[in-house]
Structure formats: C-alpha cells, structure tokens
Write a protein that binds this ligand. Structure first.
Ligand SMILES: [Zn+2]
Length: 219
C-alpha cells in the first residue's frame, strides 16, 4: 500500500508506538508479539489459524489493517506466523519431494476492493509467499455476489447463509496442485467452506487453509 501525503504527515507528527506496551519506534514489539495468544485447533484438520482473535493486540492489528490502511502490525503478525504455518503444512503434506503450493487469497467483491483500495487476504498471501519455499500467489477465486459485512451480521446461521454460492473460479483448477486458501480471520468457517466448494467445483482436489486469526462467536 502506498502511503498518502496525509498518512506520511501523521506518521511524522505521531511516531509509532507498540500497541501492547507503548515502546517507541515499532507498531508492536518482539516481546508483545511473543505473548500473543494462539488459536485453538479448528474443526477441520485441513484448516489452520495462527492467533486467537480474542487477543486484543491481534484484533487491533487486523482491524487497523482492514479499516485504517495501517499494515505494519499485520505484516509483523504474518511474519511471526511463518514457523507455525510451515509446521502445519509439513504435517499435512508429508512428502520428501518439493511441491508447488498455490496460495489462494479469499476474494472480496470488486466494490469492496475499490472502496478499501486493496484485498487484505491478497496482501497477507503475498507476505507469506515471500517466506515459504515453492509457494506462489494466484487469485483463482472471485466473488460474484457482494455479501453484507460479516462483522455486523451477528447471527451464526445468517453468517453461513450470507456466503453460500458467492464465489467462482477464474480458471480451470489443477487436481494435482496443492491449494492453500488464505484468509485474515475465520469465524464460523463458512467463507472457507464456500471457497473450498468453488475450488472443488473448478477441479481442485487438495485444499488446505491458513488464517491469521480465529474469532469465536456465540450462536
Ligand atoms: Zn510491546
């Protein structure tokens, strides 16, 4: 994301401080990062989330990234996630031959991308790919139907209904390739399920997912 003149000016007037302890010069310090709460295991063995969205610092990093164009904290979270992600992937792949991994960002509707200026899942996938050997990012899914913002849709059933049949593949999917869906936050898993459904319909067979955080909501 390119910073606007106003954002640069704000940065000069208000230098960064750690969101956890207030240490100057960093958006989140290494000590506070090491104390971030990790997510519990997800329902599906093929899905993995790194941090617990209930952790205030995790929530703040993702919120600032999605709604305030402030990416530095989220990028640190992604870089901190790499060893956990590599461990998850090596457990699932269990192969001695090098494999190509295609990271597939969860798409957002073009209207939202225009308003926000970027798709946060695409940026997360790009940051990850820089640290995972053999990984590349391909935007194989697109969102054909805009859904109402999940954060404002509290009912669990409504959230699930909200995303059914909203995604399509942009091209044919190779059944031999391993696809890893990338999302910022997963809650009910409904979005990941829809992405998985679309990839399968396009021909995909081996589909994993990695989210930066897992948010728990009551039904
Ligand atoms: Zn700190």
């Amino acid at each position: 994301m390119r910073k606007s003149f106003l954002q640069i000016l704000i940065g000069l007037l208000y230098p960064e401080h750690c969101s956890g302890c207030g240490l100057g010069g960093v958006s989140i310090c290494t000590t506070c990062v090491s104390h971030l709460r990790l997510a519990r295991a997800l329902a599906r063995d093929t899905d993995f989330a790194v941090f617990d969205y209930g952790d205030k610092q995790v929530r703040r990093a993702i919120w600032d990234f999605k709604y305030r164009h402030h990416a530095s904290r989220a990028k640190i979270l992604v870089e901190t996630s790499i060893p956990y992600i590599l461990s998850f992937l090596s457990d699932r792949l269990q192969s001695t031959t090098p494999q190509t991994l295609v990271l597939v960002p969860i798409p957002q509707h073009i209207q939202k991308t225009r308003i926000r200026g970027y798709n946060q899942s695409f940026l997360i996938a790009t940051w990850m790919a820089a640290h995972i050997t053999g990984a590349n990012v391909q935007q194989l899914l697109y969102k054909s139907v805009p859904s109402s913002p999940q954060a404002r849709t509290k009912n669990k059933q409504a959230r699930k209904q909200n995303v059914v049949h909203t995604m399509r593949t942009t091209t044919l999917i190779d059944p031999r390739t391993i696809y890893v869906l990338i999302d910022d936050v997963t809650t009910t898993g409904a979005t990941l399920n829809e992405a998985r459904r679309a990839l399968r319909q396009g021909g995909g067979k081996k589909i994993l997912s990695v989210s930066i955080a897992h948010g728990y909501i009551s039904s």
